[in-house]
Design a protein. Structure first.
Length: 160
């Protein structure tokens, strides 16, 4: 039985992708609709094809389920829920094939968790250029990936 998609992955994807009810070209030039859904969306759909919020939610659930299945199949080491969520978001965004051939996955499966976390930042290009939105997303994924293994940053203490 497949483990459910962690709510943190859903939230990160919703936040990072934004909701677009009309098809558009993403910054990398890929026809997209909803929360980053690309399957079956064509250039001819851009500016014409529309969906409602329920359809966008359904597409996201379908897309994240596929990404989760790929993560569960490709990763051979144990993961925390946050690590799995970060990888699902990553796989959804860059594609399952890219995850499967990535240095990130190779390092992770070699139990180099810190090395794997550092690899997220390398995946911030779209259409041949650095995209600020991807840089921000990769930083959030890396932070989520490390959330359970890094000690929390101490809060400032005030002395009277």
């Amino acid at each position: 039985m497949m483990k459910p998609v962690p709510r943190q992955a859903v939230a990160l994807c919703r936040e990072s992708e934004g909701l677009f009810l009309t098809a558009y070209l993403c910054p990398a030039g890929v026809p997209t609709i909803g929360y980053g859904h690309t399957a079956g969306v064509t250039v001819a759909d851009v500016g014409v094809r529309t969906i409602n919020e329920q359809q966008a939610d359904d597409y996201l659930a379908e897309d994240l389920t596929g990404a989760a299945q790929a993560v569960d199949r490709l990763v051979t080491v144990s993961l925390t829920d946050n690590q799995r969520a970060a990888l699902i978001s990553f796989a959804f965004n860059v594609g399952v094939g890219a995850l499967g051939t990535s240095t990130l996955l190779r390092k992770l499966n070699a139990e180099d968790y810190a090395g794997a976390a550092a690899e997220f930042a390398r995946w911030n290009h779209g259409g041949g250029k650095v995209l600020p939105g991807l840089t921000k997303r990769r930083a959030k994924e890396a932070a989520m990936f490390l959330a359970d293994v890094m000690p929390p940053v101490p809060q400032a203490v005030t002395y009277n």
